[in-house]
Design a protein around this ligand. Sequence first.
Ligand code: PEP
Ligand code: MN
Length: 338
Amino acid sequence: MMIIVMKRSATKEQVDALVKRIQKWGFETHLSEGENKTIIGVIGRGETLQSRAFLAFEGVENVMQVNKPYKLVSKEFHPNNTVINVKGIEIGGKKIVVMAGPCSVENSATVMKVAQAVSSDGATVLRGGAFKPRTSPYSFQGLGEEGLKILKESADSVGMAVITEVMDVRDVELVGRYTDIFQIGARNMANFSLLKEVGKARKPVMLKRGMAATLQEFLLAAEYIMNEGNEEVILCERGIRTYEQYTRNTLDLAIVPAIKELSHLPIIVDPSHATGRKQLVLPMALAAVAAGADGIMVEVHPNPAEALSDGAQALLPSDFSAMMEAIRIISKAVDRTV
Ligand code: PEP
Ligand code: MN
């Protein structure tokens, strides 16, 4: 459904021409002629019409879309919250899900060490990049399949599930052999061919918000995945670009309750990439849980100074333990468990 507001100066011929055109496309119109302005209501498969296209018609002042442009991700059509089961771990249920691990998979000993530490403190999903989306082509790009093997081996040894990023349509099959959840990184949120490809996969996908994406663009990206038949989509807020330089990104926590209002999909918060500073990770993780997030994803490294990527935001295993203690207290206050 759409509303077209005609200019005050619009002629009757212009209104008639537009109405005729809309009806020819198979839509019903509803004309309302006010003293100063005429409004045309367009009823029918409104979502298939490009509302902005009407601005090209003579005499049109404004066009308003009444329906939301997304459907499958919307709470309107799916009132119950989606709970995704990954190896017995429920994402979107009462329990806060904690995903933790190094930024990049560097070597087996490091990942194993992190996996043991975080799993003993309650993390259930092991993260780590084998294909890294680095800003510079000269930075460490990840170990590729070797990294996937290390990640899976480490996760298996402590009974955790695996999440790792897939950057390329050509790698979906390969990454799918090792991971339990596909991660789509912020830089690829609007890579629509990649979204469609993971949409065809029968595995959960965690979609990170693009660094300049609006809430609507974020939800439409999730719609792309669901539109291919994959209903297991997890959203992840990881901060957006603003003018602030002290933090790596600006954590948009208000998006958490906003998404809970608009969508049935689970939402995870990543305070590591959102802040870029380890001191800020714990307080933002607590705030995320208080705001209603279904889980958090954090980076942990036993020796951040030696990390091949994102050392500044990496928690030590001992920091991670402290964070989990604090999360336990906050989750109780919002009727969740961890
Ligand atoms: C990551 O989580 O490994 C990552 C690269 O994050 P983002 O895509 O949010 O920058
Ligand atoms: Mn990182």
